[in-house]
Design a protein around this ligand. Structure first.
Ligand SMILES: [Zn+2]
Length: 196
């Protein structure tokens, strides 16, 4: 497993349409191999890389409205290549918003009819990468929140907020967390775009 592959997979994931689907995104039967292996196609996908999917934006807006500040699409550990969708640097909380297809959600992932073995292996590799990333982050003292793209944004935002406040509380046990009062990391704020 190479870090490069991890980055490519992440970019490919972000390039997918924001919908929950039982089919591999952006593929047609018979084009799977070239889609996955052609450098030209990969470059095109990277150029068209899609950030800020609707679930991500909804979650970011809710968390931002709660007063928490975070960095978007950032590496929690400078020495590792894992890129999280949101990080809370001081609280050391990393959030990954996982696509149901690419990360093998039990509710929505269905192996495709064609090239089933190829795709099953690919999703298995993604899941293994996720697991290793989680382990590395936890070992470095981070809390990891994984959100499925099918999860309600409100529910995801509540989980994230609870994790961040709990982490800050652990780091400063003398202080009681007051909802809405955390203003740490404001200089790193990435306000969500409006009207999307
Ligand atoms: Zn799902």
């Amino acid at each position: 497993m190479s870090p490069r592959a991890s980055t490519t997979a992440k970019r490919a994931q972000r390039a997918t349409p924001n919908r929950i689907t039982a089919d591999p995104p952006n593929t047609k039967a018979g084009t799977v191999a070239s889609w996955a292996t052609s450098p030209a196609t990969r470059r095109a996908m990277q150029a068209n890389r899609r950030r800020d999917t609707a679930p991500e934006m909804a979650i970011r807006r809710l968390v931002h409205a709660s007063g928490l500040r975070y960095r978007v699409d950032a590496r929690p550990l400078p020495t590792a290549r894992h890129t999280a969708d949101m990080i809370f640097t001081r609280a050391r909380v990393a959030v990954f918003i996982d696509g149901c297809w690419w990360h093998g959600c039990a509710e929505h992932y269905r192996p495709p009819a064609s090239n089933a073995g190829y795709w099953a292996a690919k999703v298995a590799r993604n899941r293994e990468r996720d697991r290793l990333a989680d382990e590395a982050l936890v070992a470095a003292g981070w809390a990891v929140i994984r959100v499925w793209e099918h999860e309600l944004p409100e529910s995801a935002a509540r989980r994230i907020e609870a994790a961040v406040r709990a982490a800050r509380h652990r780091q400063r046990p003398g202080q009681r967390p007051v909802p809405g009062s955390c203003r740490n990391d404001q200089s790193r704020c990435s306000p969500p775009a409006r009207g999307r």
